[in-house]
Ligand binder design. Structure first.
Ligand code: SF4
Ligand code: SF4
Length: 294
Protein backbone atom coordinates (compact mmCIF):
# COMPACT_ATOMS: atom_id res chain seq x y z
CA UNK A 1 0.00 0.00 0.00
CA UNK A 2 1.33 3.40 -0.88
CA UNK A 3 2.31 5.80 1.87
CA UNK A 4 -0.26 8.40 0.77
CA UNK A 5 -3.11 5.91 1.19
CA UNK A 6 -1.87 5.04 4.67
CA UNK A 7 -1.74 8.70 5.67
CA UNK A 8 -5.20 9.42 4.22
CA UNK A 9 -6.74 6.40 6.00
CA UNK A 10 -5.08 7.28 9.34
CA UNK A 11 -6.20 10.89 9.01
CA UNK A 12 -9.76 9.84 8.24
CA UNK A 13 -9.90 7.47 11.24
CA UNK A 14 -8.37 10.13 13.49
CA UNK A 15 -10.87 12.72 12.23
CA UNK A 16 -13.85 10.45 12.86
CA UNK A 17 -12.51 9.65 16.34
CA UNK A 18 -12.01 13.32 17.14
CA UNK A 19 -15.50 14.26 15.93
CA UNK A 20 -17.16 11.43 17.95
CA UNK A 21 -15.13 12.27 21.05
CA UNK A 22 -16.10 15.94 20.84
CA UNK A 23 -19.77 15.04 20.28
CA UNK A 24 -19.73 12.72 23.33
CA UNK A 25 -18.03 15.32 25.50
CA UNK A 26 -20.60 17.95 24.50
CA UNK A 27 -23.48 15.51 25.07
CA UNK A 28 -22.10 14.64 28.52
CA UNK A 29 -21.90 18.33 29.37
CA UNK A 30 -25.26 19.49 28.08
CA UNK A 31 -27.43 16.37 28.50
CA UNK A 32 -26.18 15.36 31.97
CA UNK A 33 -28.96 14.65 34.48
CA UNK A 34 -28.24 16.82 37.48
CA UNK A 35 -28.10 14.78 40.73
CA UNK A 36 -30.07 16.33 43.54
CA UNK A 37 -27.41 17.29 46.14
CA UNK A 38 -29.83 16.19 48.88
CA UNK A 39 -29.52 12.59 47.62
CA UNK A 40 -25.78 12.66 48.09
CA UNK A 41 -26.19 14.22 51.53
CA UNK A 42 -28.72 11.52 52.49
CA UNK A 43 -26.38 8.81 51.22
CA UNK A 44 -23.71 10.18 53.52
CA UNK A 45 -26.07 9.94 56.51
CA UNK A 46 -26.85 6.26 55.84
CA UNK A 47 -24.43 3.72 57.33
CA UNK A 48 -23.27 2.24 54.01
CA UNK A 49 -24.03 -1.32 55.07
CA UNK A 50 -25.85 -1.96 51.77
CA UNK A 51 -27.67 -4.82 53.50
CA UNK A 52 -30.99 -4.39 51.66
CA UNK A 53 -32.92 -4.57 54.94
CA UNK A 54 -34.82 -1.41 53.95
CA UNK A 55 -36.16 -3.18 50.86
CA UNK A 56 -34.03 -1.15 48.43
CA UNK A 57 -31.00 -2.32 46.47
CA UNK A 58 -28.59 -0.51 48.79
CA UNK A 59 -28.02 2.69 50.76
CA UNK A 60 -27.74 4.89 47.63
CA UNK A 61 -31.04 3.56 46.33
CA UNK A 62 -32.75 4.13 49.67
CA UNK A 63 -31.30 7.66 49.88
CA UNK A 64 -32.78 8.41 46.45
CA UNK A 65 -36.15 6.93 47.43
CA UNK A 66 -36.35 8.98 50.64
CA UNK A 67 -35.41 12.27 48.98
CA UNK A 68 -37.16 11.93 45.64
CA UNK A 69 -40.04 9.50 46.20
CA UNK A 70 -41.00 10.16 49.81
CA UNK A 71 -40.10 6.65 51.05
CA UNK A 72 -40.55 6.09 54.80
CA UNK A 73 -37.63 7.48 56.77
CA UNK A 74 -37.50 4.70 59.37
CA UNK A 75 -36.47 1.74 57.23
CA UNK A 76 -32.75 1.70 58.02
CA UNK A 77 -32.50 -0.77 60.89
CA UNK A 78 -28.68 -0.90 61.05
CA UNK A 79 -28.59 2.90 61.43
CA UNK A 80 -30.79 2.76 64.50
CA UNK A 81 -32.27 5.83 66.15
CA UNK A 82 -29.18 7.96 65.58
CA UNK A 83 -29.48 7.70 61.78
CA UNK A 84 -33.27 8.01 61.98
CA UNK A 85 -32.92 11.34 63.76
CA UNK A 86 -30.45 12.63 61.16
CA UNK A 87 -32.72 11.56 58.28
CA UNK A 88 -35.72 13.15 59.99
CA UNK A 89 -33.79 16.38 60.48
CA UNK A 90 -32.65 16.43 56.85
CA UNK A 91 -36.19 15.78 55.61
CA UNK A 92 -37.88 18.10 58.11
CA UNK A 93 -39.94 15.23 59.52
CA UNK A 94 -40.63 13.90 62.99
CA UNK A 95 -38.58 10.85 64.04
CA UNK A 96 -40.57 8.20 65.85
CA UNK A 97 -37.96 6.01 67.47
CA UNK A 98 -38.58 2.28 67.64
CA UNK A 99 -36.87 -0.32 69.75
CA UNK A 100 -34.00 -2.11 68.06
CA UNK A 101 -34.85 -5.62 66.93
CA UNK A 102 -32.36 -8.44 66.74
CA UNK A 103 -32.43 -11.82 65.06
CA UNK A 104 -33.10 -14.97 67.10
CA UNK A 105 -32.91 -18.51 65.70
CA UNK A 106 -36.00 -20.33 66.92
CA UNK A 107 -34.37 -23.74 67.17
CA UNK A 108 -32.06 -25.21 69.78
CA UNK A 109 -31.89 -28.72 68.34
CA UNK A 110 -28.14 -29.14 68.14
CA UNK A 111 -26.32 -32.26 67.03
CA UNK A 112 -26.64 -33.89 70.46
CA UNK A 113 -30.34 -33.17 70.93
CA UNK A 114 -31.77 -33.43 67.42
CA UNK A 115 -30.60 -36.46 65.44
CA UNK A 116 -30.05 -36.61 61.70
CA UNK A 117 -32.08 -39.06 59.64
CA UNK A 118 -29.71 -39.54 56.75
CA UNK A 119 -26.23 -38.69 55.60
CA UNK A 120 -26.10 -35.53 53.49
CA UNK A 121 -22.86 -35.00 51.65
CA UNK A 122 -23.80 -32.28 49.16
CA UNK A 123 -22.71 -28.66 49.26
CA UNK A 124 -22.82 -27.01 52.67
CA UNK A 125 -25.87 -24.88 52.00
CA UNK A 126 -29.14 -25.05 53.90
CA UNK A 127 -31.38 -24.61 50.84
CA UNK A 128 -29.53 -27.37 49.01
CA UNK A 129 -29.67 -29.64 52.07
CA UNK A 130 -33.39 -28.96 52.56
CA UNK A 131 -34.05 -29.91 48.94
CA UNK A 132 -32.74 -33.45 49.52
CA UNK A 133 -35.59 -35.45 51.09
CA UNK A 134 -36.68 -32.44 53.16
CA UNK A 135 -33.31 -32.04 54.86
CA UNK A 136 -31.14 -34.43 56.82
CA UNK A 137 -32.56 -33.66 60.25
CA UNK A 138 -35.21 -35.92 61.72
CA UNK A 139 -37.12 -32.76 62.69
CA UNK A 140 -38.31 -31.29 59.42
CA UNK A 141 -38.48 -27.82 61.00
CA UNK A 142 -35.06 -27.72 62.66
CA UNK A 143 -31.89 -25.77 61.91
CA UNK A 144 -29.83 -27.60 59.31
CA UNK A 145 -26.64 -25.88 60.37
CA UNK A 146 -25.07 -25.41 56.94
CA UNK A 147 -24.61 -21.69 57.46
CA UNK A 148 -26.73 -20.01 54.77
CA UNK A 149 -27.72 -17.38 57.33
CA UNK A 150 -24.18 -16.79 58.55
CA UNK A 151 -22.86 -16.33 55.02
CA UNK A 152 -25.20 -13.41 54.32
CA UNK A 153 -24.78 -11.74 57.72
CA UNK A 154 -22.81 -8.52 57.08
CA UNK A 155 -21.71 -8.20 60.69
CA UNK A 156 -20.55 -11.73 61.50
CA UNK A 157 -23.22 -12.00 64.20
CA UNK A 158 -24.09 -15.66 63.58
CA UNK A 159 -22.04 -18.46 64.98
CA UNK A 160 -22.55 -22.19 65.40
CA UNK A 161 -22.74 -24.29 68.50
CA UNK A 162 -22.94 -28.04 68.01
CA UNK A 163 -24.35 -27.58 64.53
CA UNK A 164 -27.05 -25.05 65.32
CA UNK A 165 -27.01 -21.36 64.41
CA UNK A 166 -26.92 -18.78 67.22
CA UNK A 167 -27.12 -15.01 66.78
CA UNK A 168 -24.93 -12.82 68.93
CA UNK A 169 -27.31 -9.93 69.69
CA UNK A 170 -24.54 -7.43 70.42
CA UNK A 171 -23.27 -7.84 66.86
CA UNK A 172 -26.63 -8.00 65.06
CA UNK A 173 -27.30 -4.83 63.06
CA UNK A 174 -30.99 -5.73 62.42
CA UNK A 175 -30.72 -6.01 58.65
CA UNK A 176 -32.89 -9.19 58.42
CA UNK A 177 -30.64 -10.69 55.73
CA UNK A 178 -30.50 -13.96 57.69
CA UNK A 179 -34.31 -14.06 57.94
CA UNK A 180 -34.52 -14.00 54.16
CA UNK A 181 -31.74 -16.58 53.75
CA UNK A 182 -33.08 -19.31 56.05
CA UNK A 183 -35.04 -21.90 54.06
CA UNK A 184 -36.65 -23.13 57.28
CA UNK A 185 -37.99 -19.66 58.28
CA UNK A 186 -36.39 -20.18 61.68
CA UNK A 187 -35.09 -16.69 62.27
CA UNK A 188 -37.29 -13.99 63.77
CA UNK A 189 -36.54 -10.34 64.48
CA UNK A 190 -37.50 -9.62 68.09
CA UNK A 191 -37.22 -6.52 70.31
CA UNK A 192 -33.74 -6.50 71.82
CA UNK A 193 -35.04 -6.08 75.39
CA UNK A 194 -37.03 -9.34 75.22
CA UNK A 195 -34.88 -12.16 76.46
CA UNK A 196 -37.27 -15.09 76.88
CA UNK A 197 -37.98 -17.07 73.73
CA UNK A 198 -39.55 -20.34 72.60
CA UNK A 199 -36.66 -21.74 70.59
CA UNK A 200 -38.62 -24.33 68.67
CA UNK A 201 -40.47 -24.05 65.36
CA UNK A 202 -41.89 -27.56 65.05
CA UNK A 203 -45.54 -27.72 64.13
CA UNK A 204 -45.69 -31.46 64.84
CA UNK A 205 -47.62 -33.08 67.66
CA UNK A 206 -45.83 -33.81 70.94
CA UNK A 207 -44.95 -37.50 70.37
CA UNK A 208 -43.40 -36.75 66.97
CA UNK A 209 -41.47 -33.79 68.41
CA UNK A 210 -40.15 -35.90 71.29
CA UNK A 211 -38.84 -38.51 68.85
CA UNK A 212 -37.09 -35.88 66.73
CA UNK A 213 -35.64 -33.55 69.36
CA UNK A 214 -34.93 -33.34 73.09
CA UNK A 215 -35.62 -29.60 73.19
CA UNK A 216 -38.83 -29.25 71.21
CA UNK A 217 -42.25 -27.83 72.04
CA UNK A 218 -44.69 -30.63 72.83
CA UNK A 219 -47.75 -28.36 72.88
CA UNK A 220 -48.55 -29.00 76.56
CA UNK A 221 -49.67 -25.37 77.17
CA UNK A 222 -47.76 -25.19 80.47
CA UNK A 223 -46.34 -21.79 79.41
CA UNK A 224 -49.84 -20.37 78.98
CA UNK A 225 -50.82 -21.69 82.40
CA UNK A 226 -47.75 -20.23 84.15
CA UNK A 227 -47.14 -17.04 82.18
CA UNK A 228 -50.52 -16.26 80.65
CA UNK A 229 -50.69 -14.07 77.55
CA UNK A 230 -46.93 -13.80 77.25
CA UNK A 231 -47.31 -17.04 75.27
CA UNK A 232 -49.85 -18.17 72.72
CA UNK A 233 -50.50 -21.36 70.79
CA UNK A 234 -50.33 -21.82 67.05
CA UNK A 235 -51.54 -25.37 66.60
CA UNK A 236 -49.25 -27.54 68.71
CA UNK A 237 -46.51 -24.91 68.92
CA UNK A 238 -46.21 -22.31 71.66
CA UNK A 239 -45.12 -18.86 70.50
CA UNK A 240 -43.84 -15.95 72.52
CA UNK A 241 -46.11 -12.90 72.47
CA UNK A 242 -43.48 -10.16 72.72
CA UNK A 243 -46.07 -7.47 73.47
CA UNK A 244 -46.65 -8.99 76.92
CA UNK A 245 -43.79 -9.28 79.42
CA UNK A 246 -43.12 -12.64 81.05
CA UNK A 247 -44.03 -12.09 84.71
CA UNK A 248 -43.37 -15.66 85.80
CA UNK A 249 -39.88 -16.64 84.65
CA UNK A 250 -40.28 -20.00 86.37
CA UNK A 251 -41.55 -21.20 83.03
CA UNK A 252 -37.95 -21.34 81.77
CA UNK A 253 -37.28 -24.10 84.30
CA UNK A 254 -40.68 -25.73 84.16
CA UNK A 255 -41.19 -26.07 80.39
CA UNK A 256 -41.42 -29.86 79.88
CA UNK A 257 -40.10 -29.52 76.33
CA UNK A 258 -37.04 -27.55 77.60
CA UNK A 259 -37.48 -25.17 74.67
CA UNK A 260 -38.11 -21.92 76.55
CA UNK A 261 -34.86 -20.11 77.14
CA UNK A 262 -33.74 -16.85 78.66
CA UNK A 263 -30.89 -15.18 76.86
CA UNK A 264 -29.86 -11.66 75.99
CA UNK A 265 -26.92 -9.58 74.94
CA UNK A 266 -25.09 -10.21 78.19
CA UNK A 267 -25.79 -13.94 78.14
CA UNK A 268 -24.94 -14.48 74.48
CA UNK A 269 -22.44 -17.26 73.85
CA UNK A 270 -18.91 -16.07 73.47
CA UNK A 271 -17.32 -16.69 70.07
CA UNK A 272 -14.48 -18.61 71.78
CA UNK A 273 -16.96 -21.07 73.20
CA UNK A 274 -18.49 -21.94 69.86
CA UNK A 275 -17.59 -23.69 66.69
CA UNK A 276 -16.27 -21.57 63.83
CA UNK A 277 -18.87 -20.16 61.45
CA UNK A 278 -18.92 -22.02 58.14
CA UNK A 279 -17.91 -19.49 55.49
CA UNK A 280 -17.25 -21.51 52.38
CA UNK A 281 -19.50 -24.16 50.89
CA UNK A 282 -17.77 -27.48 51.32
CA UNK A 283 -18.49 -31.02 50.37
CA UNK A 284 -17.87 -32.33 53.88
CA UNK A 285 -20.57 -34.71 55.09
CA UNK A 286 -23.01 -33.47 57.71
CA UNK A 287 -23.51 -34.92 61.17
CA UNK A 288 -23.41 -38.61 61.93
CA UNK A 289 -26.03 -40.77 60.30
CA UNK A 290 -28.69 -41.95 62.67
CA UNK A 291 -31.25 -43.56 60.42
CA UNK A 292 -31.42 -44.65 56.83
CA UNK A 293 -29.60 -43.12 53.91
CA UNK A 294 -30.76 -41.09 50.92
S1 SF4 B 1 -27.87 -11.71 62.49
FE1 SF4 B 1 -26.72 -10.71 60.83
S2 SF4 B 1 -27.94 -11.05 58.97
FE2 SF4 B 1 -29.30 -11.44 60.75
S3 SF4 B 1 -30.33 -9.49 61.12
FE3 SF4 B 1 -28.52 -9.55 62.45
S4 SF4 B 1 -26.91 -8.53 61.25
FE4 SF4 B 1 -28.54 -9.03 59.80
S1 SF4 C 1 -30.09 -20.70 57.35
FE1 SF4 C 1 -29.17 -20.65 59.40
S2 SF4 C 1 -30.90 -20.90 60.84
FE2 SF4 C 1 -31.66 -21.48 58.80
S3 SF4 C 1 -31.37 -23.70 58.72
FE3 SF4 C 1 -29.51 -22.78 57.83
S4 SF4 C 1 -28.03 -22.60 59.53
FE4 SF4 C 1 -30.10 -22.93 60.43
Amino acid sequence: MDINNILITSGAIGGVGLTCGTALALAAKFLAVKEDPRVEAMDEILPGANCGGCGFAGCADYAKAVVLDGAAINLCAPGGNEVLELIAEAMGQEASAEEKRVAVVMCAGDSEKAPRKHLYNGVADCTAAAAVAGGDKLCKYGCLGYGSCARVCPSGAIEFKNGVAIVHPDLCISCSACVRACPRNLIKMVPVSKTIHVVCSSKDKGPIVKKACQVGCIGCRMCLKLAGDAFEMEGFLALRNYDIPVENELIVEKCPGKCIVKCGASEAPSPEATEPTPSEPSTEPAEATTEGQT
